[in-house]
Design a binder for this molecule. Sequence first.
Ligand code: IMP
Ligand code: ZN
Length: 347
Amino acid sequence: MPKVELHAHLNGSISEETLIKLIAKKPTDQQEMLQKLTTHIGDGHNRTLKECFEMFKMVHQIVNDHESIYEATCDVIDDFANDGVVYLELRSTPREIPEAGVTQASYVETILQAIQDKSSTLQQIETFDPKRKPIIVRYIAAIDRRNSVEHAMQTVDIAIRMKKTGLVVGVDLSGDGSVNDARELYTVLEKALAHGLKLTLHLSEVDGLVAETSRLLDLPPQRIGHGTFIHPNFGGTEELLLKTRKLNIPLELCPTSNVKGQVTPSYDKHHFYSWYQLEHPVVICTDDKGVFATDLSTEYQIMQKTFNLTDKMIQSLAYLSIDYIFESDSVKDRLRRYFEGWQQLNQ
Ligand code: IMP
Ligand code: ZN
C-alpha cells in the first residue's frame, strides 16, 4: 500500500546496515568503539525514552561529517521508498560539528542535496506501477529543546532562507520533553509561522507538560507529534482535548516508539484508539525506524491487528494522511490519484 510518512527523525531512522557501512569508513582506531555502540542499537530492545536519547547521541558520533550526513540521508530515503512510502517528510536537527567543518547551514544543505539527488519528480507520481517505487521528499528543520533559544532561532532563520528551494516545508520541536520549558521558544516558533513555514511540535509526549502544551497550542501548530498525554483518558485535560479538537490538529502517532520507549505500557493501551473513535485526524508514523527497529508497514499492521481494523479502515487512514502533508493542493491531488490507482488494482 502506498503510504506517506510525516514523522521521521533522520538520525533515528538510520538502519543498522547503514550504520555498519558508515563505521567501516571511519579511522580504524575508532571502529571498535563505534561497533560497540551499534550492537546496542541493532537489538531493537525496549529502553526508556531517556535511554533512547542516549542512543541518538551515539548515532551522532557516527554521522559526524558531510559525507556521512549525505550517505545516511540517501539510505534512509531508499529505505522508506522500498517500504512503499511515496511522500516523506524527513526532519533533522541542524548540528554544528566544528572539527568536521559542519555548520548548521551546511548540515541542512547536505541533507537538501541528498533529497534533490534521491527525490522523484512530481511527474513520476502519476499512475501506480508496482515495479517502480517513486518517492517525494521534503525537509523539516528540527529544534532540539535542550539547545538554547539562540540556536533555535538560527535553525528557524536557516529554514526561512532555504524555503525558496521548495524542499524545506516546516519546523519541528523535539527532544527530551523533560528538559527545559518549551514555552521559551514561543516567539521563535511564531517567527517560523510568520514566514510561511508549517509547524509540527512534539507535545505532551511525556506526562506533566499540560501548561506548556496549552500555551504552544495557541500558536497553533499544523500538526502534533505524539500528543500522548493530551487526552484526559491518558493523563491530559478536557481543556487540552477541546483545544486540539477545535483546531482539528492532526496527531502524528508512532506506536512502536511509544511502546519501546516505555511511554505507553502496550500497543492495546495506545492513545490511537481514543482519538480514532472521536474521528480526530491521526497519521501513523515511525518516529525512529532505526532505533526502534520498525518500518511504516509494520506500524500499520500492528494498529490493524491490535484494534481489529479492516483493510478498508487501514487504507482509509493511509489515504487521509495525504490531507495533512506540508505541501500544496496540487501535490496532494497527485498523491491521491496515485493512491486511487493502487486501490483500483487491489480491489
Ligand atoms: P536528528 O534530529 O536527525 O539528529 O534525529 C535524532 C533527534 O531527534 C534526537 O536527538 C531527538 O532530538 C529527536 N527525537 C527522536 N525521537 C524523538 C522522540 O521520540 N521524542 C523527542 N525527540 C525525538
Ligand atoms: Zn519524534
